[in-house]
Design a protein around this ligand. Sequence first.
Ligand SMILES: Nc1nc2c(ncn2[C@@H]2O[C@H](COP(=O)(O)OP(=O)(O)O)[C@@H](O)[C@H]2O)c(=O)[nH]1
Ligand SMILES: [Mg+2]
Length: 301
Amino acid sequence: MAWLDRLRSGLKKARATLTEPVSNALRGRTSLDPTQTAELEELLIAGDVGGRLAASLVEELAEACRREKSDALETLRRILLERLAGSERALALRTDGSPTVILVAGVNGAGKTTTIAKIAARLREENPKLPITFAAADTFRAAAVEQLAVWSERLGVDIVRQQTGADPAAVVFDALDHVVRRGGVLFVDTAGRLQTKHNLMEELKKIERTVAKKLGRGPDERLLVIDATTGQNGIAQAERFHDAIGLTGLVLTKLDSTAKGGVVLAIRETLKLPILFVGVGETAEDLHAFSASEFVDAMFP
Ligand SMILES: Nc1nc2c(ncn2[C@@H]2O[C@H](COP(=O)(O)OP(=O)(O)O)[C@@H](O)[C@H]2O)c(=O)[nH]1
Ligand SMILES: [Mg+2]
């Protein structure tokens, strides 16, 4: 299946809760009275757009309709596109011969490990000669290291690992030695246990410092993987990670499993961070570079 079809079918649930009610409310209208405005705001909130964004979207829409007497649904599409404009960015791969370090963070189950595997598979396809290394810095659970090891074997990429319970920064230290020799791209898979939030953030900072000491600069990408099904909670999580390690971008997974597709808009509006990839399923083909126009087209066909 082509990507656009995957995206469209992945967003089915999100369309049912957000797009369809909103489209029904706006269809054929060129103006909005206060009752309709309030109703629309509620529908947007129900679609997990978030309260503040819903209010500002509705206000902008009502104003645009007053001014332009244009079709309300078409105008909303245009406004959403404008709001998402500039939110896409490609993965920053270094071209100066120095290895690219991609730190991947997020809570347990968000999809960090599978996202790393999917991105690596994509890079491998685009450039079979590019050396790729995984650092198994989620040393908290034996299963986590094993999962990454299985992927490294399947994809034919290198893995640097230590025993369970090892210091994640020590694993990264070894992995940096490896990629300084080999070059290419290093993906750092990290732990995501939330119950010890403070330690997790300290652990991530220590990994950052290790990279900085070794390479004279921090990781080139500090990506947060967010499970879209966590909805608005994902935003609060992201803010905490951003405070700790200064995120460079986001990956949004499981858009296929959620009725809360509106969270994409809320996340963009709140965090102002680029969205590099979105995931709409478990296979490698289900992860793709984010495109604002594709997203709006798939949500409002
Ligand atoms: N439906 C769906 N499942 C996903 C997506 N991305 C990841 N998953 C699944 O989410 C589960 C947790 O992923 P994992 O990479 O182990 O999460 P981690 O704990 O953050 O490393 C796995 O079963 C993945 O297959 C997605 O976009 N859609
Ligand atoms: Mg993992």
